[in-house]
Design a protein around this ligand. Structure first.
Ligand SMILES: Cc1cc2nc3c(=O)[nH]c(=O)nc-3n(C[C@H](O)[C@H](O)[C@H](O)COP(=O)(O)O)c2cc1C
Length: 198
């Protein structure tokens, strides 16, 4: 299985979590794992649509990696969706390029996991907040994987960060366990990055 990580962090130089995650991934990049750093690749935010579509075509699984910004993604990833998922290519008449591919997201949040509950400070779960990604994947005929989530980044120790990077690598290569986006289920339940780490 060939996996493509599409990373979107506007300030990777100031990042702790995604810089560490991407360093781990880059150490493992080979013919089966490609990292596409959108802000690094497109500092002027002019996306090469044909290049992006070719990358998608070459891979079986695509994971969008980003820090949560205002309960959504940083803006270049939204632009990427708007421009790369063209009518007649990704959807609509003749638009079948992404059918059957697997799509996941790997995200980090400042707010702890307890905030992402109906009775928490955010008042919504991660699954609820990420439904636009699930709906997009469904629209293009893809299969949405459970989101991979690291919550409460301010309280993550260096050892926990290493553990989360290792868990992220496993997530990237894990056999599909999530529900098909074609069903009625909505976003499959998120995988906690530090589940099981004391
Ligand atoms: C503009 C901006 C908006 C943010 N919005 C949220 C948010 O809505 N919810 C949240 O939990 N964290 C939010 N954060 C915190 C980031 O998600 C957090 O700093 C990031 O996941 C840490 O990853 P990094 O060390 O790789 O930057 C925001 C941060 C910034 C800069």
């Amino acid at each position: 299985m060939k996996t493509l990580v599409i990373a979107s962090h506007p300030k990777l130089g100031e990042s702790r979590i995604h810089r560490a995650w991407l360093a781990t991934l880059r150490g493992r990049c080979d013919a089966n794992l490609t990292v596409n750093d959108l802000y690094g690749r497109y500092p002027d935010e002019r996306i090469d649509i044909r290049r992006e579509q070719a990358l998608l075509g070459e891979n079986d699984r695509v994971v969008f990696e980003f820090p949560i910004y205002w309960y959504s993604s940083p803006p270049l990833l939204k632009k990427w969706f708007d421009e790369v998922l063209e009518y007649g290519w990704a959807y609509g008449q003749g638009g079948h390029a992404l059918e059957g591919k697997e799509f996941g997201i790997a995200i980090s949040t400042f707010t702890p996991e307890t905030g992402y509950r109906h009775d928490g400070s955010v008042g919504h779960t991660i699954e609820e907040l990420t439904w636009p990604f699930e709906a997009t994947v469904r629209r293009v005929g893809g299969i949405f994987l459970p989101p991979f989530v690291l919550n409460g980044v301010a309280h993550v120790s260096d050892g926990e960060l290493d553990a989360s990077a290792a868990a992220y690598l496993r997530y990237l290569g894990a056999p599909r366990g999530g529900k098909s986006s074609g069903g009625q289920g909505g976003t499959p339940k998120a995988i906690r990055s530090l589940a099981g780490v004391e």
